[in-house]
Design a binder for this molecule. Structure first.
Ligand code: G3I
Length: 300
């Protein structure tokens, strides 16, 4: 096929992008998004600070703008993110202990209930593991409410929206390393104890090289009985950019349970990064990286 979404669909996968509500009136931006992608993530609009700006007072207008646009244009939605130590609203930053735990679970329940039936997959918990060699949890106010905060969040999300796939999402987890192994051990434990988890998101914010065991890492999560999604892909511009994009695409296609890829923005100028990491240049032209992804999706 001639677009990323249609080509991925032919392989039983989706191809998505993150969308920012503030850019939706840009006709070039929204035109590319509508043409190329069939899975949509709100870049910021469904996060805790956006959806619950004061305690128990919920604000869905900007999230709805993106969700409604996606659904009206035949696209599915990845929900991002119910709980994350960053972008917590100020009121929640001032809570700790059981008050924070209760507020967090209430947040999961309310937001997942509001969007019930409209979300393909939720990032229930984002970035809860530490960088470096410990393989352990990141210290945060949420973590200090007790090590079981992640499973409590997944159980609340399942109860609120039984139809959504529930994902754990993180970065620097793209190869087999201490951090990804920590997450692997958590997922294995969740599956063994019946904690509801359906997928692992590998953000894949990449530089000028890619781990040689990228595909093997996807495979080991899949072998635990969860789906894998590439959730926030972007790759530093450089001589290797198109190759790395192609390697990621091929790796996902090679693992049956790798169900889709999302890039973290449309044009280079829309990115949170300044190193031109996306598939379209600032004018909306297709880059070499775009062609390499499309060709990989259409191969075989
Ligand atoms: O909208 C406000 C604007 O009103 C204000 O004037 C301006 C001043 O700082 O800030 C604007 O908000 C910014 C927002 O992006 C929208 O542009 C925030 O400051 C800024 O922090 C926020 O950055 C987002 C970042 O998450 C927050 O941590 C990026 O857009 C977003 O791409 C990025 O996405 C994260 C994923 O959620 C999780 N994984 C990593 C990824 C990259 O950091």
């Amino acid at each position: 096929a001639s677009t990323l979404g249609a080509s991925a669909a032919e392989k039983g996968r989706y191809f998505g992008t993150a969308i920012a509500a503030g850019r939706m009136s840009d006709s070039t931006y929204i035109g590319i998004a509508n043409r190329e992608f069939n899975m949509i993530t709100a870049e910021n609009e469904m996060k805790w600070d956006a959806t619950e700006p004061s305690q128990n007072s919920f604000s869905y207008s900007r999230g709805d703008q993106i969700v409604n646009w996606a659904r009206n244009n035949g696209k599915q939605v990845r929900g991002h993110a119910l709980l994350w130590h960053a972008q917590m609203p100020g009121w929640a930053q001032n809570l700790s202990g059981s008050a924070l735990r209760n507020a967090a679970i209430n947040h999961v329940t309310k937001v997942a209930t509001y969007y019930r039936g409209k979300v393909h997959s939720w990032d229930v918990v984002n970035e809860a593991f530490a960088d470096g060699g410990s393989g352990g949890r990141r210290d945060s106010s949420l973590q200090r409410t007790g090590n079981d905060w992640i499973e409590a969040a997944f159980r609340a999300a399942r109860a609120a929206d039984p139809g959504a796939k529930l994902c754990y999402n993180d970065y620097n987890t793209d190869g087999i390393n201490a951090k990804s192994t920590g997450i692997y051990n958590m997922v294995r434990d969740f599956k063994a104890r019946g904690v509801p988890i359906d997928c692992v998101g590998l953000q894949s914010h990449l530089g000028t090289s890619i781990a040689s065991d990228y595909q093997a890492n996807i495979q080991r999560f899949a072998d635990l009985g969860v789906d894998v999604q590439i959730t926030e892909l972007d790759v530093q511009q450089g001589s290797n950019q198109a190759n790395i994009y192609q390697t990621v695409t091929r790796a996902c296609l090679a693992v049956a349970r790798c169900t889709g890829i999302t890039v973290w923005g449309v044009r280079d100028t829309d990115s949170w990064r300044s190193d031109n990491p996306l598939l379209f240049d600032g004018s909306g032209n297709k880059k070499a990286a775009y062609t390499s992804v499309l060709n990989a999706l259409n191969a075989g």
